[in-house]
Design a protein around this ligand. Structure first.
Ligand SMILES: [Zn+2]
Length: 202
């Protein structure tokens, strides 16, 4: 039996979690007695309840464990589990890909996460996750500038200007009032002005 590691990724506003929900519902319909466990990182404060939710269908809840680390996921997945769901994987620690490699020996693993941070670079463990996945759905959003469905980037703005590369990426949407986010295509994404400096000192 070959287990699957499926990743739904892209910038913000690509309905990643809705895709996860649909994949989960199709799986559950096909394998009626499937045992499923879902996880989301504590860093995701969009919803405080123990649910994975999509803003496109907020009444639907996939019951989820809120965890602080990828090691916790490994501890909580019992041998009887058939499917593991992980939402907002970009907020997890760098060991997540190794945890997913281990989980794949016993279960299917469906993951969502932003592939790139606001600098345009791989976000947290996502680069490695994409490497080990055997099914990747790279989704595009509508560009907030040209309105074409070509956006691959999440642009962070501070008071309307592209943010410095030195801003912490673990700041959930809405937690800083001066900060807004837009989805942008390659042509309209503006990398931070100090990205070279950040790369040198990080
Ligand atoms: Zn554009």
């Amino acid at each position: 039996m070959t287990n699957r590691v499926v990743v739904f990724t892209g910038p913000m506003k690509t309905a990643k979690t809705l895709r996860l929900l649909h994949a989960y519902q199709a799986y559950a319909a096909n394998q009626k007695r499937a045992k499923v466990i879902a996880f989301k990182p504590r860093a995701d404060t969009r919803y405080n309840d123990k649910c994975i939710r999509t803003r496109l269908n907020p009444d639907v809840c996939i019951p989820a464990e809120i965890v602080d680390s990828s090691a916790e996921i490994l501890k909580l997945v019992k041998p009887s589990i058939d499917l593991v769901l992980i939402d907002e994987a970009n907020f997890f620690d760098p060991d997540l890909h190794y945890v997913v490699m281990k989980l794949r020996n016993q279960a299917d693993v469906f993951v969502t996460g932003l592939d790139k941070d606001f600098r345009g670079l791989p976000f947290g463990p996502m680069g490695q996750l994409l490497a080990i996945a055997n099914e990747v759905h790279k989704l595009k959003a509508y560009c907030d500038v040209c309105k074409k469905e070509l956006a691959e980037y999440t642009q962070m703005l501070e008071n309307g200007q592209p943010a410095s590369a030195f801003v912490d990426t673990i700041t959930p949407e809405g937690s800083v009032k001066t900060r807004t986010y837009e989805t942008r295509c390659q042509e309209h994404f503006i990398p931070p002005h100090d990205l070279d400096e950040w790369i040198r000192v990080r």
